[in-house]
Ligand binder design. Structure first.
Ligand SMILES: [Zn+2]
Ligand SMILES: [Zn+2]
Length: 343
């Protein structure tokens, strides 16, 4: 089959590779759409290395049609499905506690095992048995279904930090994840959403997707803007949606007493940041991280997209064929694109 192969850091090449070899119970999908994630870029650039193999095939946001069911009678050939790409064990202490996104025996598609920047993708039996393969709702496009994965991760972040009705929310960074945070916070009932982003195109996109105020942190004073919008109090929630460590401390200054801060974005390995510990102490702040997604969040994301109430189509700004994978990744890395799809 044809695939976009990660050969080493900074090198993805479109080439012919062996077809996936199926073990008993494995499912084979023909990939119909896969979207590029910030994580793919971090892996390509060598900023994420844990669990990465060379060569391997990236791509963990995808949907496709069933070629081989692997004997799982709930699916049939030709059926449109999408996959929650983190397979939890269901048995470890975190799975037992309902935090399957933190499973200690997790297998992640798209780097630990080959992903969907290819003609075909193998879904290991383990993932099907764990309930990670979902039938796509009627009428949903493959590329929109692929967005169920990032939406689920954003949902996990907002559940952790508790975005709720009437909140003033500040989002730092308006890449695809920041913009998904804007859309979901609006949907969750936020009254006021302020987005800080240096890139003008991304600011425009955030505004178009529902932010109330966007600003350039290099030019305007974010703290002043947040105070002015909240009667001097500060925001209820700040979400760091770009992996710049120093923003963690900035976020502490943006929220009110008992405000909540989400360090949503992944940071480069081994980086540290200075933190005003007294701000957390005296202001009784809550600071949380967020990692991955659960099957429940994936199911809810699919249902939300299918409901038509949360529209994601406008996020898909660029489409490429698989043979143009290198260009697709470059475009996704630059500011002009929100979501780049391989179709
Ligand atoms: Zn992703
Ligand atoms: Zn587990």
């Amino acid at each position: 089959m044809k695939a976009g192969v990660l050969e080493k850091v900074n090198k993805v090449r479109f080439c012919t590779v062996a077809d996936p070899v199926l073990a008993p119970g494995d499912m084979l999908l023909k990939v119909r759409a896969a979207t590029v994630c910030g994580t793919d870029i971090r892996i390509l650039r060598g900023r994420k290395t844990a669990g990465i193999r060379y060569p391997s095939i990236l791509g963990h946001e995808f949907a496709g049609t069933v070629v081989e069911t692997g004997g799982h009678s709930q699916f049939h050939p030709g059926q449109a499905v999408c996959v929650c790409p983190q397979f939890a064990c269901g048995k470890c202490e975190y799975c037992i506690r309902g935090a399957e996104n933190l499973c200690r025996n997790m297998t992640a598609m798209g780097y630990e095992i080959d992903g969907a920047f290819a003609e075909y993708v193998r879904i290991p039996a383990r993932g099907i048995e764990a309930g990670n393969v979902f039938a796509m709702p009627e009428g949903m496009s493959f590329e929109t279904a692929a967005l169920a994965e990032p939406l689920s991760c954003v949902m996990n972040g907002q559940e952790r930090v508790g975005v709720t009705i009437g909140d003033a929310v500040v989002i730092l960074g308006a890449g695809p994840i920041g913009i998904l945070h804007v859309k979901l916070a609006r949907f969750a009932g936020a009254r006021h959403i302020i987005v800080s982003e240096p890139n003008e195109l991304r600011r425009k996109a955030a505004l178009a997707e529902g932010a109330d105020v966007v600003l350039d942190p290099g030019v305007e004073d974010l703290i002043e803007t947040v105070r002015a919008a909240t009667g001097g109090l500060g925001a209820d929630v700040a979400i760091v949606a770009i992996g710049v460590p120093s923003l963690a401390n900035d976020a502490l200054k943006l929220v009110r007493y008992r405000g909540r801060v989400s360090l949503f974005a992944g940071f480069s390995k081994d980086v540290q940041a200075e933190i005003d510990v007294n701000a957390i102490h005296y202001n009784e702040l809550m600071v949380t991280g967020s990692f991955g997604l659960t099957r429940l969040q994936f199911q809810r994301s699919l249902q939300l997209i299918a409901s038509g109430h949360l529209k994601l189509e406008t996020l898909l700004t660029h489409r490429f064929r698989l043979e143009d994978i290198e260009t697709a990744l470059q475009v996704a890395e630059q500011g002009a694109a929100i979501k780049v799809a391989i179709v």
